[in-house]
Unconditional design. Structure first.
Length: 195
């Protein structure tokens, strides 16, 4: 299946951003790499490099979120979901450090308002998790819960993409899974007969 012009531009931008960095990549280099005209580039991305970068961020983020959401949706209990979510994040980072590093860089460079209309499959899956397993007041603590669940693993991944001499992210999975479950467990309903 051939790529559309917009897809070629986004794919080329992802390559340029990985290779040159968020602040050094240029729209002209992206355009040349994609093999499209200047007019076509601005037709699809009138906001220039900012708009293209936002689309790269959106596509990488949605790719990660779709797989993470599927894991959460398939989980049979709260603890399995928490641990699976942490391991997925660490495995995703380890599988393609350049892509993960790009996501980290763009996260700080992109105005969140630019991508607020992007699909949020992981947010929907977390909401469903809260409905299935959360205490009645857990939804009110959703930002805290998400930070406790994925924050430490996400930050370790950021450090590892900068310093790959650290232990591989998946080697840290049990440790971060334990920490996430310990932190998130207070938000989970106690099952009858459980201690």
């Amino acid at each position: 299946m051939s790529l559309t012009t917009a897809e070629k531009i986004v794919e080329s931008a992802a390559g340029e951003l990985r290779e040159q960095g968020v602040f050094a990549a240029s729209l002209e280099a992206v355009r040349r790499r994609a093999g499209v005209s200047t007019g076509s580039t601005y037709h699809h991305f009138p906001g220039g490099m900012i708009a293209v970068s936002a689309e790269v961020y959106r596509s990488v983020l949605v790719d990660y979120q779709q797989a993470a959401a599927a894991l959460l949706d398939a989980a049979t209990d709260a603890e399995h979901a928490v641990r699976a979510g942490v391991m997925h994040l660490l495995g995703w980072i380890e599988a393609d450090p350049a892509r993960a590093r790009l996501l980290y860089q763009l996260e700080g460079a992109i105005d969140p308002a630019i991508v607020e209309d992007a699909p949020q499959p992981l947010a929907a899956a977390i909401n469903a998790w809260l409905e299935r397993f959360g205490r009645p007041d857990a939804g009110a603590h959703r930002p805290d819960l998400v930070a406790l669940w994925s924050g430490p693993a996400k930050e370790y991944g950021r450090m590892w993409t900068r310093n790959p001499s650290l232990a591989a992210p998946t080697a840290m999975g049990e440790l971060f899974g334990d920490a996430a479950w310990h932190s998130v467990k207070p938000f989970v309903r106690v099952r009858r007969g459980a201690r």
